[in-house]
Design a protein around this ligand. Structure first.
Ligand SMILES: *Cc1c(COP(=O)(O)O)cnc(C)c1O
Length: 244
């Protein structure tokens, strides 16, 4: 075979476009299964470990909601891509001493899981002069919060009081709940519990309608359970490799 070597950037674009089309199809099919419109579900592409160049491709393909789970990496991408009209969702474990800094660039913090974060987020949002959308991250592990140290989140009994704190804080807007299905548990049961929790949170603020649930492996279950937001990484971008 002769001819020019394939352009790696063009290949990457094709790969992402194909994957994205498949994920959008999966969202549409799962929505149709339960009589929901696909545009009732927001796709957030989680870009952790992937370069800003991939985010540019995603933006060209119409993705506006991006997720990151580590402050340094999120900040670097948000600064690099300031020219694009993007909504950054912080979905990771948040240290309280980083909360104000995250509020300076994030549009949504999905991982609010303890009262200690509220002051920092509120201060950061006020300084920025924009309201910050907040989701309460719920720990759905039936063996109790902290049983799986890789899964953070507020214990179910702490969710309503925490949501009340968020609502009362200046600059913060309570939007709903988020969870990751516990490893080894039935995701349908977990997401069902999350949707019940979401109803309790909505009583505090009727505009808190978001239910962020579902990742690459379980987005169908999440959508059938009532998720309004899915957070998809590997099904769009491929397997994550550690970056230096
Ligand atoms: C990485 C991550 C995702 C995406 O996971 P995939 O399985 O790659 O789709 C979703 N939510 C959170 C909180 C994450 O950290």
């Amino acid at each position: 075979m002769t001819g020019a070597a394939p352009d790696p950037a063009a290949c990457r674009r094709t790969e992402i476009a194909d994957n994205l089309a498949r994920v959008r199809q999966r969202i549409a099919a799962a929505s149709a299964d339960v009589g929901r419109e696909p545009d009732e579900v927001t796709l957030t592409v989680v870009t952790k470990f992937f370069p800003a160049s991939d985010v540019r491709i995603l933006a060209e393909l119409g993705v506006r909601d991006l997720g990151e789970n580590r402050h340094q990496e999120a900040l670097a991408k948000a600064e690099d891509l300031r020219d694009l009209d993007l909504r950054w969702h912080f979905v990771g474990n948040l240290q309280s001493n980083k909360a104000a800094a995250v509020a300076a660039y994030a549009d949504v913090v999905e991982s609010v899981d303890r009262p200690k974060l509220v002051n920092g987020l509120s201060g950061g949002a006020r300084e920025r002069g924009a309201d910050l959308d907040c989701l309460i991250q719920v720990n759905l592990d039936p063996s109790g919060a902290g049983a799986d140290p890789t899964r953070s989140g507020a214990a179910p009994a702490d969710v309503v009081p925490l949501a009340e704190r968020v609502t009362a804080a200046e600059g913060l807007r309570l939007r709903g709940v988020m969870a990751v299905a516990p490893l080894g548990e039935d995701p349908a049961a977990a997401f069902g519990a999350l949707v019940e929790m979401a109803q309790q949170v909505r009583r505090i603020d009727p505009s808190a309608t978001w239910v962020s649930a579902g990742m690459s492996g379980d987005l169908e279950v999440a959508i059938r359970s009532g998720a309004t937001h899915v957070r998809i990484g590997s099904a769009v971008l491929g397997r994550r490799r550690a970056i230096k």
